[in-house]
Design a protein around this ligand. Structure first.
Ligand SMILES: [Mg+2]
Length: 307
């Protein structure tokens, strides 16, 4: 794992705004609320980020299980929308049950689900280099692609397209080899998990592991890649559209996206015309959230300490 800090994380996101849908903030200033229940009547469908909203690591965040139970009781439709490239729709319920949630598989959509739909359409898989550990739930669909982890990061000559899926097992040495072998070449790029980092907390201190978005940003920066990558997770719109279609959404302003990250959850939700709720219990925990909003230039409709 490669560790980065919050300032590098924000720097990486802010210099890649051209990869994302255009920033579309609501005209009103964000309204501070005590929790989701305060605004629930305004919405028919709630989309929820996972990490930093429902759980932190393998633990549920205080009040999250109760908030889901409350929404169920009130008959609100909801869906977890996560940039998770280790969990697909077949194993989602099991993963969340271990954290105390009672989701059905169809109440979770991950960037791995979106990636898998795309993988089923790929022609010439031998021209794709993929970053994902072995074993991985999608191994069957990745057959024929070149596993760059197995090449210690070096990109073989026949590869002209790169899919960044999972950072687990990807080392600085592999990333260095990737950059070296990419020099003077241009690639088609796709990213399963556009997150630049995955935060975790030890004794209340934030630590951030670099994730596929970071490796791609680093590749683009170091080797001057010109292509804009395909994004299968937030803030790209495909994952949100997948959920909206499943729930037959006709009025996007009746959808609430709840997240803890401005550049993925909030930017992406705003771009879809959803209302957005930013929680303070995730990546911005312990920091000045108003300052984070001002610096990013991305604003939610609501801010709450937790669900
Ligand atoms: Mg999150």
């Amino acid at each position: 794992m490669i560790e980065i800090n919050l300032s590098i994380l924000n720097q990486c996101y802010s210099r890649r705004l051209n990869w994302y849908p255009p920033v579309k903030n609501s005209e009103a200033a964000p309204r501070k609320i005590s929790g989701i229940e305060e605004v629930l009547d305004q919405f028919d469908l709630i989309m929820l980020d996972s990490y930093g909203v429902l759980c932190r690591g393998v633990e549920a965040i205080d009040g999250a299980v109760e908030a889901i139970a409350m929404m169920r009781e009130r008959g609100k439709a909801f869906c977890v929308v996560s940039n998770d490239t280790m969990t697909n729709q077949y194993v989602a319920a099991e993963k969340y049950a271990a954290r105390g949630f009672d989701f059905a598989n169809e109440e979770v959509v991950t960037s791995l689900d979106v990636t898998e739909s795309w993988l089923a359409t790929v022609e010439n898989p031998e021209r794709w280099g993929v970053i994902a550990p072995l074993p991985h739930p999608t191994d069957k669909l990745l057959e024929g692609m070149v596993r760059l982890n197995e090449c210690n990061g070096a990109i073989p000559e026949q590869v002209d397209s790169i899919l960044f899926m999972v950072g687990t097992g990807w080392t600085q040495d592999m990333q260095d080899n990737l950059l070296k072998s990419a020099e003077g070449r241009q690639f088609t790029m796709a990213v399963g998990n556009p997150d630049m980092g995955a935060p975790y907390f030890i004794d209340g201190q934030i630590h951030i592991n670099a994730t596929p978005g970071y490796f791609m940003d680093n590749l683009v920066e170091a080797t001057d890649q010109r292509a804009v990558p395909m994004l299968f997770g937030k803030p790209g719109n495909t994952i949100f559209q997948t959920v909206a279609e499943r729930h037959c959404v006709t009025d996007p302003s009746r959808v609430l996206m709840v997240g803890d990250t401005l550049y993925t959850d909030i930017l992406g939700g705003n771009a879809m015309g959803f209302k957005t709720l930013l929680l303070e219990c995730g990546v911005y925990m312990g920091t000045d959230i108003d300052q984070a909003i001002a610096e990013a230039g991305i604003a939610p409709d609501f801010i709450a300490p937790h669900l």
